[in-house]
Write a protein that binds this ligand. Structure first.
Ligand code: COA
Length: 177
């Protein structure tokens, strides 16, 4: 039986977190660094279970994004993946439905960094590619992140966004977007 559950990181036990981490290792074929997993923690997870095993994962965490002179409260989506054999059955959409409800209810906007494969999935759900320059607020100041231009997507919610303007993310270890 396949079932969707949502829960804050604080309400997931170690076995479930380990199963989610193992799924993401499988989905991203070993390209899931410790930092990438850490970026998934501290917010709300949408988990697809097959029995006790996690076969789909996505989470939304709070970040600050600087845009138009404001520090916007962003629901940042991380670690989106569904076991390859179970794709195109609506599990990804069900997880995103749950997380977009959180984004719409709690944040100024949604944001995420999409893979090439993910970009079509998110675009079909109304997420929009950021067209302007991206950057990060590092400990030594704002630094451009050219390599991320075009992959950052946003879900407008409560504030007007100029998607041709600059978008700057807060600092973190590992991939900043
Ligand atoms: C992206 C991913 C999570 C989608 O999960 P999924 O369970 O297959 O998605 P769904 O079945 O809910 O798809 C819903 C809709 O999204 C769109 N979609 C999903 N995958 C797509 C793809 N690869 N290309 C184009 N559109 C896609 C389709 O419109 C689809 O509806 P349809 O099947 O009726 O045509 C899954 O393909 C995955 O894990 N990919 C590898 C990891 C990855 O790239 N994650 C994104 C990181 S940013």
């Amino acid at each position: 039986m396949i079932e969707l559950r949502t829960a804050h990181t604080a309400d997931l036990d170690a076995a479930i977190l380990a199963s989610a981490r193992a799924l993401l290792d499988e989905v991203f074929e070993g390209d899931m660094a410790e930092h990438d997993w850490e970026h998934c923690l501290g917010g709300v997870h949408a988990l697809v279970f097959e029995g006790e095993e996690v076969v789909g994962h996505a989470s939304v965490v709070q970040r600050r994004l600087l845009h138009g002179g404001r520090a916007l409260r962003a629901g940042y989506v991380e670690g989106v993946g569904v076991r390859a054999s179970l794709r195109r059955h609506g599990h990804g959409a069900a997880m995103m439905d749950a997380l977009e409800r959180v984004v719409r209810g709690a944040y100024d906007l949604g944001a995420l960094g999409a893979t090439d494969q993910g970009a079509d999935f998110y675009a079909a759900r109304g997420w929009q590619p950021w067209r302007g320059p991206t950057s990060a607020l590092t400990p030594t100041g704002v630094v451009r992140t050219e390599e991320e231009d075009g992959s950052v997507h946003v879900l407008p919610v409560a504030v007007a966004l100029d998607r041709s303007g600059e978008l700057t993310c807060d600092w973190r270890d590992g991939d900043v977007w």
